[in-house]
Write a protein that binds this ligand. Structure first.
Ligand code: ASP
Length: 581
């Protein structure tokens, strides 16, 4: 037997017991006649003692142990004289009588402790060492619990986990595909799925009724902090449901996860915020509702006072920062710089302070106190408050105000990591116009059904049609999204037509689905959650990378595996691919 116990479970109750432990040498200390070693495994750390007086040979051997050596020890548990209340095994130590070195170790390239001296690149190159550190290890264990709890919940509601293929067809809608060349069919390619969307719909046609899958999906996109080329979804689909049946089911899942993982109960149902209201009041479709600070449209109020910037703007809107009238010139300049950053793109920032001495704005020349009072009224400002305004093109100004609101939320401490505000955003537009290609794209995907009452607008005013689609948003992060699906071939055909597909094209690319709809398709709806984002939210991490065992870096590389990499000419030849090296 390699071990009788792990390194995280022994306490004073086991005093006197003979045990065998295995693990890694975290560190060792020589104190006169004694050598102490911290032995670590996945479960914790146990202190080992080697006594020079009672066994000089053994103690000598212990003194030669290096960091990260893998050892096996035998000995008796005894209560420590110097107890450490911070760790579960802090009451005891093992008086070692036998030591076996199972494996030696080179000196590790960074310290394997909660706080490490290793930079990102080095930690990724030696990810297996990084994974020994508590913060990373705990995220991976948390991830396992999230997956397990999800499966338990869905299983209890008769959902069936069904695998779908990883080698599928490339489709032009959506993001860029990863392609896999076919050797047996030269010139043909598989694609890795961006999601099992059409397959899960076919499973509904097949009658499985309630499907889910914790599944890898692949998108060849430019990377951002919360994106990975391969990521995991909790992918779900249900038959014979309306929108709210589905939302209730998955609200239940999210509540169950919060309860099991974080011990948090959410009182009452999640609010359902229409997309149009989210855009107007928060400037984005994934508002962080941990705090209020709604955006207010003051276009009509501020126009016509000779201030050309406002007079010429399509939109003027702002936010109220309570208690910020004391902001200094420097702080206001910082905010102006912030909104002017190219990623945010506002031209400038107008402010109005409501101080003890009255109103003071950066545009006093155009707005006498009487006018500024109207601003204050319209925002419900009180003495001590600050109003911040942005103007310009409506869409851009709203998105800049969204960023400014979040920045103020940060500055005012409203975005605490341990506070959660989940909500549903509903009634997204069905279609999005793309200026570059001069056509509509499906905002969610082409299988999303229009709201029935908007169907009549499909032919003449498709841009106005609302989708029966929804997102789950928590703390400003899109955690999941889905829709009620089209389930008849005529509406599906109309959708493809609106998206500019010829009938042949639609048939060639999605014929398998439209044909299936001819054989009895149940009404169905579905949703997919970003597992990586969900776990990192529970873990309180900003990047999903910290919750993935072997993630890719910013440039889509795995620096440990050194992937992607060059392959042999022979392999390429077999695949009928020639490239210029
Ligand atoms: N397949 C969709 C996605 O990946 C989610 C869904 O509609 O179920 O975003």
């Amino acid at each position: 037997m390699y071990r009788t116990n792990n390194c995280g479970e022994l306490n004073a109750a086991a005093s006197g017991k003979e045990v065998v432990l295995c693990g890694w040498v975290q560190k060792s200390r020589d104190l006169g006649g004694m050598t102490f070693v911290d032995l670590r495994d996945r479960y914790g750390i146990t202190q080992l003692v080697f006594d020079m007086e009672s066994n000089a040979d053994l103690c000598g051997k212990a003194r030669k142990l290096g960091r990260e050596y893998v050892i096996q020890v035998k000995g008796a548990v005894r209560e420590r004289s110097n107890k450490n209340p911070r760790i579960p095994t802090g009451e005891i130590e093992i008086e070692v009588t036998e030591l076996n070195i199972l494996s030696s170790s080179d000196h590790p390239p960074f310290t394997i402790e909660d706080e490490t001296d290793g930079g990102d690149e080095l930690r990724m190159k030696y990810r297996y060492l990084d994974l020994r550190r508590n913060p990373v290890k705990n995220n991976i264990l948390l991830r396992h619990r999230v997956a397990k709890t999800t499966r338990e919940y869905l299983d209890s509601l008769d959902f069936v986990e069904i695998e779908t293929p990883v080698l599928v067809n490339s489709t032009p809608e959506g993001a860029r595909d990863f392609l896999v060349p076919s050797r047996l069919h030269p010139g043909n390619f598989y694609a890795l799925p961006q999601s099992p969307q059409t397959l899960k719909q076919l499973l509904m046609v097949a009658g499985f009724d309630r499907y889910y899958q914790i599944v890898k999906c692949f998108r060849d996109e430019d990377l951002r902090a919360d994106r990975q080329p391969e990521f995991t979804q909790i992918d779900c689909e249900m038959s014979f449901v309306e929108r709210d049946d589905l939302l209730d089911t998955f609200e239940g899942m999210i509540k169950h996860l919060f309860k099991e993982i974080k011990g948090i109960d959410f009182a009452g149902p999640f609010i359902k915020l229409p997309y149009s209201e989210a855009m107007e009041s928060y400037g984005c479709d994934k508002p962080d509702l941990r705090f209020g600070m709604k955006i207010k449209d003051v276009t009509r109020l501020v126009k016509g006072h000779g201030f050309t910037v406002f007079d010429g703007a399509e939109y003027v809107g702002g936010i109220l920062a309570e208690g910020c009238a004391s902001y200094t010139r420097k702080q206001l300049d910082e905010l102006t710089e912030f909104v002017r950053r190219p990623q945010i793109g506002a031209k400038g920032l107008v402010y109005m302070r409501y101080g003890a001495d009255g109103f003071k704005s950066s545009v006093d020349r155009f707005y006498p106190a009487g006018e500024l009072e109207k601003w204050a009224d319209s925002f419900g400002a009180r003495e001590g408050d600050l109003i911040l305004l942005i103007s310009g093109d409506r869409k851009q100004s709203l998105s800049a105000l969204c960023e400014l609101r979040l920045e103020m939320g940060n500055r005012l401490g409203f975005r605490k990591k341990d506070k959660y505000f989940p909500l549903w955003v509903v009634d997204f537009p069905l279609l999005e116009w793309d200026d570059e290609t001069g056509r509509f794209f499906a905002m969610h995907h082409p299988f999303t059904s229009p709201r029935p009452e908007d169907l009549k607008l499909m032919e003449n005013d498709p841009g106005k049609v609302r989708a029966n689609a929804y997102d789950l948003v928590i703390n400003g992060v899109e955690i999941g999204g889905g829709s009620v699906r089209i389930h008849d071939s005529n509406t599906q055909k109309l959708m493809f037509k609106t998206l500019g597909f010829s009938e042949e094209e639609a048939q060639r690319q999605f014929g398998f689905l439209m044909n299936a709809f001819r054989y009895g398709a149940p009404p169905h709806a579905g949703i997919a959650f970003g597992m990586d984002r969900l776990v990192s939210m529970f873990a309180g991490e900003d990047s999903i990378r910290d919750c993935i065992a072997f993630p890719k870096n910013n440039s889509a590389r795995d620096v440990m595996l050194e992937t992607p990499s060059v392959v042999a000419d022979q392999q390429l030849k077999e695949l009928g691919i020639s490239i210029n090296r």
